[in-house]
Design a protein around this ligand. Structure first.
Ligand code: FE2
Length: 202
């Protein structure tokens, strides 16, 4: 179960309305490398991991990704809550506004709605950790792209925090991959055995 703490992991205090920025940043809510996909990826993968330490890493990071999703939603909300009709008209946010007003709905910057096909849960920890390492780098690249396009310091500050956490997650998944490879090497996991039972490796 989860306990909800009524505060953000890192403060978001944006004073200037900007629908163009919101239209870009929403990708880190419902886009292919966004925080919603990240949280669901790790919190789904953790069940089939025999190694309890790595299952714990997936739970910790999956939980933190939910807190990141909350931060991204707070950024979008603060960028759009005081929109005027003039700011909506002719902005890239206009089409989103028609469908969702200023409600939070998980879509990519391109407008594609969130889909579970953005992540995989394969039931094989080596496979899943490789996906997780790639996912963290893709999320980091997306934050890099946003930081190249966005200049408002009140928006860049929380985006920089989120970018740094992707790097920390990448490092923790790297440690997990080394840990499981050492464990499997010690059991001669890679020797071909047609009768091999994967459950014995858990
Ligand atoms: Fe992450």
């Amino acid at each position: 179960m989860w306990m909800y703490e009524k505060r953000l992991q890192y403060p978001v205090k944006i004073t200037t309305t900007n629908p163009e920025m919101a239209q870009l940043i929403i990708s880190q809510f419902g886009g292919p490398d966004g925080e919603l996909a990240a949280s669901q990826r790790y919190l789904s993968q953790r069940y089939s991991v025999g190694n309890r330490k790595i299952a714990g890493v997936l739970t910790d990071i999956g939980t933190e990704e939910m807190a990141h999703m909350e931060m991204v939603c707070a950024i979008i909300h603060q960028l759009t809550r005081d929109l005027t009709p003039e700011q909506i008209a002719c902005s890239p946010f206009e089409t989103y506004y028609v469908d969702h007003t200023t409600g939070l709905y998980p879509v990519a910057a391109s407008g594609t709605p969130f889909t579970a096909t953005y992540f995989q849960s394969k039931g094989d920890i080596i496979t899943d950790l490789h996906e997780d390492l790639a996912a963290e780098q893709k999320a980091r690249t997306t934050y890099d792209n946003l930081l190249r396009l966005i200049k408002d310091p009140e928006v860049c500050d929380p985006l920089r925090f989120l970018r740094e956490r992707e790097i920390v997650h990448y490092q923790r998944f790297g440690e997990s991959l080394r840990m499981i490879q050492e464990e499997l090497d010690s059991k001669n996991f890679y020797a071909f055995n047609p009768d091999f039972d994967i459950k014995k490796c858990k």
